[in-house]
Structure formats: structure tokens, C-alpha cells
Ligand binder design. Structure first.
Ligand SMILES: Cc1cc2nc3c(=O)[nH]c(=O)nc-3n(C[C@H](O)[C@H](O)[C@H](O)COP(=O)(O)O)c2cc1C
Length: 450
């Protein structure tokens, strides 16, 4: 939690055997991603690659391939604790502090060349190497605050990138507003910041909130910032690399195909802006880091797991007071971390599940399916969820399909974000004899050994 950089967390993980140092030569094209994909499937370790072909720089990868490390990064022993920390950090924020100097300023390069950084190509049909782990930061004209998020960026030249940040995103909104006035937008791409800065940047808070202050809330200490060199954007002093850029919102630079979190390739985007690199600051021995997207299990969905749970809980609690557990399905057993929401409630009225379902499906989590179960079902046990859905649901009575709503981006079956949604009430009807639903049990099972 109190790690100031990804490097500090990495050392900690290595000491505990949860980070593997790979000294054999690896290619940044697919090979690093292959290690991470396997680790996602097995909830395996994180990696530090020390011998990346064609580069002097090491690469960190796979930090978010396992749920245990997501919980650790958010300072929670359990999912509920991590969720609470995330929610509390969004309200009990600690403002960042500006300092004069920091490790990220050890090397200042005003003749930048992206080819010197081992930017990774992940999926087979990705159009090229993508920065997937950058926290992008810009000053927002519409709120007067700093704005952060994680947005994919295709490398299209030594000093040129593309950017996918739709209009509802804070940086996406900012560059469009500036472009209408004929102005470029200064944007920093921060790589290798602390896990708190990374998770703070995907917190679900209003555009008027500087997400560095959410990171402060997560770390329980102020994030130290240094001013940029070629742009007027403040960045974490302890990051590994900061790529300074100008977004030219009035110039197009197409991007994609790119393997995205639902497990399919995004189609080519004609409408993405040209991003010009103006400078790079970095540590002397900077370590690049990458995040794997694509077919679940992936790191992108895993990183969104706890923030999405918090959104699902907020929507469910708006509908009924008796919410117990929440989850979004993600991990080696399936789920992309967005589409399938589950909520366990202490049902008091027969209509409660439908209040929850309509609130969650219409809320900010972007879920496409929502299943509500009674609170005797443990959402962390997939077999229990299956059992509830097998024994407590009569489809005509308990399943409802909502006509077209605004869906999650990138659902291939619901282009232009027009998606149908489905609710499943897997709770026991209140007027039925609950004994009919009692699970069978074999006494003494936990006492036998062989
Ligand atoms: C690894 C990763 C990659 C992401 N890539 C993108 C992306 O390319 N474009 C995008 O709009 N959101 C992307 N997101 C989601 C946003 O970063 C996230 O929703 C964030 O909260 C956006 O902030 P904003 O809505 O305040 O701009 C990504 C999230 C993660 C964890």
C-alpha cells in the first residue's frame, strides 16, 4: 500500500516469491505477453524481464494477473476490504504535494525516441506495439483540475502515438474541448507509478476530482509530484518513465485492431488523434511495464474487478438496503470483469431482486447480466452460484430480458453500445416452503482423512 513506485512493490513481491526474474532473452513481440497470459490462467507470478531483445531496458509485467495481488495492491485481505478501501479513498482523499525533484527526473531527453523503450505487442493480430499501462494525465479545461485515466496508445512512429479515449473520458473530453478552440492538449504518460496511482486513476469519481488525491487516500500519504519538463503537467516523482506529449485533437491517427478485454479485436478506429512526443523523463535504470488485455482472463479485467464491484454495490444499495456480497465474474474460471454482475441480498420483499437488477443494469458498472441470489450463497464459490441458478430459477418467471439499453463499449454483439441486458432472480420465492431448497449434507465429511 505504501509503495511509492511499482519497483518498490516488485522488490517486495520478489522477496516473497511472487515475482519471477526472467534472465533469458525474450522478444517484446508476443513473448512477454505469453508469460503474462499463462500467469493469468494460473493466477501465477509477476515478472521482471532483464534481457529484452533489442533493448537495454528491463520490463515489468503480470503484476495484475492474480486476484491476490489486486487485493494486496488495494490493501485488503478480502475482496470486501479492498472494495471498502477503494470507496473510502475516493472520499477520504489526500491531496498531492509538489516537490522540485525526484527519481523520474534522473534522465531528461528532449530528443525522444519511443523505439528505445521496449513497448510490447500483445495479441497476434494487434496492429502494433501498444502502451497499455500508462496513467495518462492532463489538465482539464472543463473543471480546472488534473485528470487521469488509463487509455491504450498505439506507437505509430519514433515520436508519435495514437490514443483511444472516448468523449466521456476526462482526457478524451479535454482534448476535444481544446481542439474546438484550435489548441493541442498537453498530456503526460506515466509508467511505473505506484499501484495506488494506478488504481486511483481508474477510480469512479467525478471529473472535478484529481485522482492523485484518491491515490493519496489509498496510500494514506500524499503522492509527491514533480513538474513536467516540456509540458506543464505534474507527474509522480517516483515513476519510472514519463512520456510528455501534445494531443492534436484536430489531426487523425487511426489505431487498432487491438485485442480488448471482451476477448475480441477492436475494429480500426479512424477518429483517434495524433499524439506528438515532446520529451521523455526517466530514471537512470528505468523499467518499462506493460499490462495484458485480450481474451479473459486478462489483467485489464482483473484491474477493474474491485472498482466494478464498488460500482455494482453502489447501484444495488441505491435499490435496497439489504445488500450482502457483490461480485463481477473474472478470473481463470471465466468472465471479463464487466459483463456479469452478481449480488447476494437478504431478501425481505419479493420485488427486491428486480429493484437491484434494474439499478445495476442501468447503473455505472456497465454490466450486461445481473444475477441476484440469497445471502446463503457465497459468491466467491462458483459451485454455489451454479447451484443457486440450477435449483432456484424457473426461466419464464425469473429471467427477464431488457430491450436495448446503452451497453459496455467493445461488446461485439452490441455494436454502437446498443445492448440488450438480462436479469436473473435466483432467490427463493418468499411464499414457498424454504425446506424444499435446503442443501443436502453428509455429516462428518470434514472429519474423515485418508
Ligand atoms: C489496463 C486498462 C486499460 C484501459 N484502456 C482503456 C482505453 O484504452 N480507453 C478507455 O477509454 N478506457 C480504458 N480503460 C478504462 C479507464 O482507464 C477507466 O475507466 C478510467 O476510470 C477512465 O477514467 P475517466 O473516465 O475518468 O477518463 C482501461 C483500464 C485499464 C485498467
Amino acid at each position: 500500500m505504501a509503495w511509492k513506485s511499482l519497483r518498490e512493490w516488485s522488490e517486495d513481491l520478489k522477496d516473497r516469491g511472487d515475482l519471477v526474474v526472467v534472465d533469458e532473452p525474450v522478444s517484446p513481440e508476443y513473448e512477454i505477453a505469453a508469460y503474462v497470459k499463462k500467469s493469468c490462467e494460473e493466477e501465477g507470478p509477476a515478472f521482471r524481464f532483464t534481457n529484452v531483445e533489442g533493448h537495454d531496458m528491463d520490463v515489468h509485467a503480470g503484476f495484475f494477473a492474480a486476484k491476490r495481488r489486486i487485493l494486496e495492491a488495494l490493501g485488503g485481505e478480502t475482496k470486501k476490504e479492498a472494495e471498502t478501501n477503494m470507496v473510502e479513498a475516493s472520499s477520504d482523499r489526500i491531496e498531492p504535494t509538489l516537490v522540485d525533484d525526484g527519481p523520474v527526473k534522473e534522465v531528461i531527453d528532449t530528443e525522444p525516441n519511443l523505439e528505445e523503450i521496449p513497448i510490447v505487442t500483445h495479441n497476434e493480430k494487434d496492429v502494433g506495439p501498444y502502451i497499455t499501462s500508462g496513467v495518462q494525465v492532463a489538465n482539464l479545461p472543463h473543471t480546472g483540475t488534473r485528470g487521469q485515466g488509463i487509455y491504450r496508445q498505439l506507437v505509430t512512429g519514433k515520436r508519435e502515438l495514437s490514443l483511444w479515449s472516448p468523449e466521456e473520458r476526462r482526457v478524451g473530453y479535454a482534448y476535444r474541448v481544446n481542439a474546438e478552440e484550435g489548441k493541442p492538449t498537453e498530456m503526460a504518460i506515466v509508467i511505473g507509478a505506484s499501484p495506488s496511482v494506478i488504481f486511483g486513476s481508474i477510480a469512479n469519481v467525478g471529473h472535478d476530482i484529481d485522482k492523485y488525491s484518491v491515490a493519496g487516500g489509498l496510500m494514506n500519504e500524499s503522492v509527491e509530484l514533480v513538474p513536467g519538463e516540456t509540458i506543464d503537467v505534474d507527474v509522480p516523482a517516483h515513476a519510472e518513465i514519463v512520456i510528455e506529449t501534445l494531443i492534436h485533437g484536430d489531426e487523425k491517427n487511426p489505431e487498432a485492431p487491438f485485442g480488448e478485454y471482451p476477448g475480441v479485436y477492436s475494429e480500426q478506429n479512424e477518429n483517434t488523434p495524433r499524439v506528438e512526443v515532446t520529451g521523455i523523463m526517466r530514471r537512470e535504470d528505468a523499467i518499462y511495464d506493460t499490462v495484458l488485455t485480450g481474451l479473459p482472463p486478462n489483467e485489464d479485467g482483473m484491474m477493474n474487478w474491485i472498482p466494478r464491484c464498488a460500482s455494482v454495490r453502489a447501484s444495488a444499495q441505491q435499490a435496497v438496503p439489504n445488500v450482502n456480497q457483490v461480485d463481477v465474474k473474472i478470473g481463470p474460471s471465466g468472465g471479463n470483469g464487466v459483463f456479469q454482475a452478481r449480488v447476494a441480498i437478504d431478501k425481505r420483499l419479493d420485488g427486491d431482486p428486480w429493484n437491484v437488477i434494474s439499478s445495476v443494469l442501468g447503473g455505472r458498472s456497465q454490466a450486461k447480466y445481473c444475477m441476484v441470489v440469497d445471502d446463503d450463497i457465497d459468491l466467491d464459490e462458483e459451485a454455489e452460484v451454479d447451484w443457486a441458478w440450477e435449483t432456484r430459477v424457473q426461466p419464464q418467471r425469473d429471467v427477464y430480458t431488457f430491450p436495448t439499453m446503452t451497453g459496455a463499449p467493445l461488446d461485439p454483439s452490441g455494436p454502437k453500445r446498443q445492448a440488450q441486458k438480462m436479469g436473473i432472480d435466483a432467490t427463493i420465492p418468499m411464499d414457498e416452503d424454504s425446506e424444499r431448497y435446503e442443501p443436502t449434507r453428509v455429516p462428518g465429511k470434514d472429519d474423515v482423512e485418508w
